[in-house]
Write a protein that binds this ligand. Structure first.
Ligand code: FAD
Ligand code: NAP
Length: 338
């Protein structure tokens, strides 16, 4: 474990923001992490645990220590006729874990193919796409407390999962480092193809009796066609969450904007498509210097080259304020700001 000083974080965040961290160190096991937590020169300053850096916006140099999680390993340790339990190191790349599941015929994460980032960050915001969230396959997670270095186990209930939310994003933010996640996967697939454009894509490819790999490949094709590749254009995926409002408020909005997009939720709530509102407020494709709103998906803010984190943050402020002015709806950022 080599503690490096004054390290550029440019290769470690998908927005491509060029800031430095005072200190930077990688760990590959729980015991290495515990040794780091015991070191005073590390713990006396702020800590940022980093996976793939695909859900962060760095607005300034990080005046503390970045702990880069590189705990690897994918191991199935229990199975019966229907299910398998798989323990995965937090430093595994999420999409590689999905590919591993496809290779073994394990179902449950195929709709989550091609989401960037690490397995360890997946419970953070209960990653979701195409009608599936990880809470549906989550069994438990191990995490090391930054306070005392002890390992804690979190059940699904403990995690308090919600829409792009968990206890790790709120009460325990910056307090626990997830080291392993255990997933409960199915050996007999239950496919979900009705969400978004999956069924349309399967039809287009002439697939009438899909398996998990067909669904994953359809998702990958759709994602590649719509979303900017961070290797080509810096971004952190959806910058804002889709807001939930009361059904009665949605009905009022729908009168003023008949084509407004909303999805009914239990409890007389409606989930609004934030991307639709941002587009209608005129932001799609807008660019201030190198900070921009993506031309195909307005929910995604992008770095066209040398934008700073503050410039992207400022753009997000203007979008929030303009959407609020037009629709009376407050957008919340999904991306973690540092
Ligand atoms: P990082 O960006 O490294 O970290 C994110 C946050 O989690 C930080 O606060 C960090 O401190 C914390 N963290 C990281 N690892 C740990 C750990 N081991 N223990 C405790 N805290 C930790 N998200 C979706 O939900 N659905 C999508 O479909 C989706 N699509 C995306 C598409 C693109 C092109 C991009 C760029 C992003 C997308 N995202 C999506 C967002 C992102 O991929 C996920 O949030 C992912 O889980 C972030 O993982 P990461 O390892 O990169 O996290
Ligand atoms: P899309 O399919 O064009 O849909 C637009 C929005 O409508 C999405 O935000 C989605 O909400 C919602 N939606 C679509 N079908 C729905 C249904 N049947 N029921 C309820 N809500 C529905 O979206 P997209 O931009 O191409 O993204 C596709 C999927 O990938 C979405 O699930 C999206 O969340 C996920 N994604 C997430 C990120 C991220 O960074 N978080 C980035 C890219 C893509 P939801 O977002 O709630 O699903």
């Amino acid at each position: 474990m080599n503690l490096e000083h004054n390290v550029s974080l440019l290769p470690f965040n998908t927005f491509g923001i060029d800031v430095n961290a005072d200190q930077f160190v990688r760990f590959e096991s729980v015991s290495e992490l515990q040794m780091l937590i015991a070191r005073e020169e590390i713990m006396q300053n702020p800590i940022l645990v980093l996976g793939g850096g695909s859900n962060i916006l760095l607005t300034a140099d990080f005046k503390g220590t970045v702990l880069k999680n590189e705990i690897k390993g994918i191991e199935s340790f229990f199975e019966d006729e229907e299910h398998v339990l798989v323990k995965v190191g937090a430093g595994e790349v999420w999409h590689e874990f999905v590919l591993h599941c496809l290779d073994h015929g394990w179902s449950g994460v195929e709709n989550l193919a091609l989401i960037p980032g690490s397995v360890g960050a997946s419970p953070m915001q209960n990653i979701g796409a195409y009608g599936v969230e990880i809470q549906q396959v989550f069994h438990e997670a191990n995490a090391v407390s930054l306070e005392d270095g002890k390992v804690h186990t979190f059940s699904r209930e403990d995690c308090q999962f919600g829409y792009r939310e968990s206890i790790f994003k709120h009460e325990l933010k910056g307090k626990m480092i997830i080291t392993h996640v255990v997933f409960l996967l199915r050996k007999k697939p239950e496919l979900k193809t009705t969400y978004g454009a999956i069924q349309e894509e399967l039809n287009r490819s002439g697939i009438t009796n899909p398996g998990i790999r067909d669904v994953a490949e359809a998702v990958m094709r759709i994602r590649k066609s719509k979303l900017p590749d961070p290797a080509m254009l810096g971004n952190a995926g959806s910058f804002f969450k889709n807001p939930e409002i009361d059904l009665k408020d949605f009905e009022v909005l729908k009168k003023a904007y008949p084509d407004m997009v909303g999805y009914e939720l239990p409890g007389f709530k409606v989930k609004l498509a934030a991307g639709w509102m941002i587009e209608k407020a005129g932001w799609k494709g807008v660019r201030y210097g190198d900070a921009g709103c993506h031309e195909k998906q307005a929910l995604v803010l992008v770095n066209h080259g040398k934008a700073t984190g503050s410039e992207i943050y400022q753009l997000s402020e203007e979008i929030i304020s303009s959407v609020h002015k037009k629709f009376g709806v407050l957008l919340h950022r999904e991306v973690n700001i540092y």
